[in-house]
Structures are given as C-alpha cells and as structure tokens.
Write a protein that binds this ligand. Structure first.
Ligand SMILES: Cc1cc2nc3c(=O)[nH]c(=O)nc-3n(C[C@H](O)[C@H](O)[C@H](O)COP(=O)(O)O)c2cc1C
Length: 337
C-alpha cells in the first residue's frame, strides 16, 4: 500500500538533502544562449565520464535543451548567489552583462565558478514532470573556489565540521573569545608594527595617526579621549615627538581648545602607506576564508561590538571618530559601532 504524498512535505523532505548549485547553459539553434539554475546535478560514471541533471517540463528552455547536442554545467562558487538567482528567473535576459567564452557546440561558458564541465548529450530520460539529461564530459575545469551550497530552500556555505575546526587551534585559549579576538588583532598588526619599528615609532603613534586618518584638526585632549579606547593615553609630549618627526603639525598659539593637530603632507602619505599595509594584512588573513566565511565573521564581530557597546562613553561612538576630511574618503570607512 502506498501512502499519499503531500507535495509540500515531500519538497521539504527533499530539501534536507544538501546540494551544490549549478548553472547549466547551452546554445540554441536560433543562435541564442540559454541557461538555468539547477541543483539536480550529479555525477554518474567515471569511465566513461558522465554526469546528469534534470529539467522541469515547465521550463521555457526545455525545447532548446531537448534539441541541443551539448551543454555546460557550472558549479557555482560561494560568492555567486546573485547569478544563481538571476538564472533561476524565467523570461529575463540572463546573460546580459556576463562575459562568456565558447565551448563545444558554441555553448556559453561563464567565469568565476568553482568547476565547469562541458558535455555532449548522450541520453534523455523521462522523469515524471522533469526530463533527465545525461552528458558525457568532454572537458572540465576546476578552479578551486569554495562552493555555494543549497539546503532546505536556502543558500549556505561549507563550514568545516566542528571537530575538525577545533583541531585547528586546540592550544588557543580553549575558545575564550577575548583571547581569540586579541590574538587575531595582534597578529594582524604585526606587519604594521614592523614598519613602525623600522621608523622608530610606537603602537601609540599608530593609534594617533589612525585617529587622525578618520578626521584631522583634533585637540590633544580629543586625541587622548579617542585613543584611550586602546588603553593608552596621549599627551602633548607624544604629539610634539610626532611633530619633530615631521609627521604632524601642532601650533601652540592659543588655548588648549585652539591648538589643533593635523597631518603634514609627509605624515599623510606615511599614514596612507600604513593603512595600506594594514589592509593587505587583512586580505592575507581572509585568503583562506571563503567569501561567505569572511562575511559571517564580520557580521558576528559587528554583533559582538553592538552587544558590548551599551557601556561605551559617548565619545567612543562612531560619529566621534569619523569626519568628512578623513583619509578613507575614497576607500569607504569600515562601519563599526
Ligand atoms: C537553487 C535552485 C535549484 C534549481 N534546480 C532546478 C533543477 O534542477 N531543474 C529545474 O528544472 N529547475 C531548477 N530550478 C528552477 C529553475 O532555475 C527556474 O525554474 C528557471 O526559471 C528556469 O528557467 P527557464 O524557464 O528560463 O528555463 C532551480 C532553482 C534554484 C534557485
């Protein structure tokens, strides 16, 4: 006896099977390119090399794929969610703005994916409301990009299993957040520090220059307040040292409120250089993270910043740091709390 299948529940149960996401493309006899997002892709045979995928009978590209001798399967990379959505929308010009090269049978090949298979159609099978296409792989490319994942109707990313992730750094403070954040911060700072040391400067000088990079013309008192988030204090003496190095200008003519610190042009270009070193250290650190891991990490850190911000003094809020004359103008300032 068979149980009646509730389509909603059936779809939901199928959704618990995690897949990658592909875009399958072909070239029509009308000279146009066709393609759609498909997660029904699977491997079939090693020898000969074969893959399959299935196409819904309601798909507007069914007549073209039924006639085609070739197709290409692109396994999407983690940062290709938007192109996946674009190719899942019927009736639009899906290829607009996409750079394509041509494969077997003039099939359009897309860039930026994780892997790509060019296939010759060898079988078509009836599959209920879908048609199953089996292709022999004639050529393939593997680009080593982390893949986009689909599970339960949502996109996801591949994360290492908790146990495997734990083995990466068993000695690091047993998951103590403060230790991990501090350690990551100091390691990111290493190349900046090396440069500071070579120039006879200290961490404190970097903090002062970094605050000035967010907006100049600050009083010593203001710099002291803003830098004090790092635990260090700024005195007039510290500013005079930077002035003696030719990095800042400090005119002591009037009251403490009138004596403002600003960059010399040498100081401004040195600071831009330091920020570039910091940015490149950050890119290196992100290199082993895939796009979505990097996004999630930043999102979670912002949450930590937000949830711990309630006790921050007013002068440590974002608008106190950033001014229109900041050095990041064309570099989009990081959006912190
Ligand atoms: C993640 C995802 C996976 C999909 N997998 C398939 C699939 O395997 N087969 C299919 O026919 N449609 C699949 N679709 C739906 C098609 O992409 C969608 O119906 C598309 O509009 C069909 O394009 P067309 O009408 O231009 O041919 C999927 C959609 C998404 C978002």
């Amino acid at each position: 006896m068979t149980t009646p299948i509730d389509p909603v529940q059936f779809r939901k149960a199928l959704g618990s099977f995690t897949t990658g996401v592909t875009i399958v493309t072909t070239h029509g006899e009308d000279g146009k390119d066709y393609g759609l997002t498909a997660n029904s892709f699977n491997s079939v045979s090693m020898d000969p090399p074969m893959v399959l995928w299935s196409l819904g009978r309601k798909s507007s590209s069914l007549p073209v794929f039924s006639q085609a001798n070739h197709f290409a399967v692109h396994i999407l990379a983690a940062n290709q969610e938007s192109i996946s959505n674009r190719f899942a929308r019927s009736g639009t010009d899906k290829f607009a703005g996409c750079a394509v090269t041509r494969g077997h049978g003039q099939v359009p090949l897309l860039d930026g994916c994780s892997a790509r298979f060019e296939c010759r159609v060898v079988h078509q099978y009836e599959g209920g409301d879908h048609v199953i296409f089996v292709g022999e792989v004639m050529n393939f490319d593997s680009f080593g990009q982390p893949p986009l994942v689909f599970h339960g109707g949502n996109y996801g990313l591949v994360m290492k299993h908790a146990e495997e992730a734990a083995s990466i750094a068993p000695a690091f403070g047993d998951g103590w957040l403060g230790f991990l954040l501090g350690r990551a911060y100091y390691q990111l700072l290493l190349p900046v520090r090396e440069n500071l040391e070579r120039n006879g400067l200290r961490d404190l000088d970097y903090s002062i220059l970094a605050v000035l990079s967010m907006g100049e013309e600050r009083t010593v008192e203001e710099l002291d307040r803003l830098v004090s988030i790092s635990g260090s204090r700024v005195s007039e003496d510290d500013i005079l040292k930077l002035a003696a190095r030719g990095l800042v200008e400090f005119q002591r003519s009037g009251s403490a409120q009138e004596n403002k610190v600003k960059f010399t042009s040498a100081g401004r270009s040195y600071t831009i250089g330091l920020l570039a070193i910091a940015k490149s250290a950050e890119s290196n650190a992100e290199r082993d993270l895939d796009y979505r891991e990097a996004q999630i990490m930043k999102l979670l850190l912002k949450r930590v910043i937000q949830t711990t911000a309630s006790s921050l003094p007013e002068h440590w809020h974002k608008d106190q740091f950033w001014r229109p004359d900041n050095l990041w103008r064309d570099r989009s300032p990081p959006d912190a709390a």
